[in-house]
Design a protein around this ligand. Structure first.
Ligand code: ADP
Ligand code: MG
Length: 237
């Protein structure tokens, strides 16, 4: 992890990956190869239930494959113990969930700064954490003065911007977003994506976003379809 290879390694590299949720669940996924370069923005399209979130969970190391390799910034995550993998994920990946997963009673600032607790390198890159939280809010179009408000009191669009700030803080090499705009109306969706792209580029992070919405394609460096990069298998339980 410290031999310098992470400087040039792709943000994501997958080789001969095979994963199954287990025989009872009856869904299996295999990905022969997938490479996402540093700073690249990739949209992964696929129908509901096609396995997009499963693939993101594999990339984040939330679940582990039965065979093959998932390497993030040059590190094969299967070589890490569970605890090390959690810390590694906190350092390397900013995650934006479909339902935001904010702590509703925590302040906006608490929510944004949360990943830094588990990621000393991101913490070290951030400098004054309050100043950086305020800068991100401002860049993402959150009104000043929200920082000390409970996150649960914000509008849906504002909560999504808080989730984006939490993913971006400390400039992790990879931002992963699972259908992050599906709860937003069209106008909010558009402005959210614009600021997310600006800030992802400013942070120098790669972006992997999952959606079933083809209309988002034009914004990305590359568009992948799950059915083109993966084979999936479904069997009756
Ligand atoms: P998508 O994100 O494209 O809608 P998912 O990756 O969520 O698709 O789901 C793909 C398949 O995997 C579905 O058949 C789903 O039921 C199954 N699946 C998803 N998560 C789990 C889980 N935690 N346990 C068992 N099966 C799951
Ligand atoms: Mg999903």
């Amino acid at each position: 992890m410290t031999d310098g290879s992470e400087q040039t390694a792709p943000a994501v590299w997958i080789d001969a990956l095979r994963f199954s949720w287990g025989r009872r669940a009856g869904f299996a996924l295999s990905v022969p190869e997938l490479c996402i370069a540093q700073r690249e923005s990739v949209l992964l399209l696929g129908a509901s239930g096609s396995g997009k979130s499963t693939l993101l969970s594999l990339i984040c190391g939330i679940v582990t494959a039965q065979a093959g390799t998932v390497a993030i910034a040059g590190t094969d995550i299967a070589t890490l113990s569970a605890g090390t993998r959690d810390r590694f994920r906190a350092e390397q990946i900013g995650v934006i969930f479909q339902q935001f997963n904010l702590l509703p009673y925590g302040s906006v600032a608490d929510n944004i700064l949360l990943p830094l607790r588990f990621a000393p390198q991101r913490r070290a890159r951030t400098g004054d954490v309050r100043v950086e939280a305020r800068r991100l809010c401002d860049a993402l179009g959150l009104p000043p003065g929200l920082l000390d408000r409970p996150a649960g009191r914000l509008s849906v669009g504002q909560q999504q911007r808080v989730a984006a700030a939490r993913a971006l803080i400390g400039r992790p090499p990879l931002i992963v977003a699972d259908e992050p705009t599906s709860a937003l109306d069209a106008a909010t969706q558009d402005s959210f994506l614009r600021v997310l792209f600006e800030q992802t580029q400013a942070a120098g992070s790669a972006l992997m976003m999952v959606s079933h919405d083809e209309r988002l394609a034009a914004r990305f460096d590359r568009v992948l379809r799950l059915e083109d990069i993966a084979q999936t298998k479904r069997s009756a339980a």
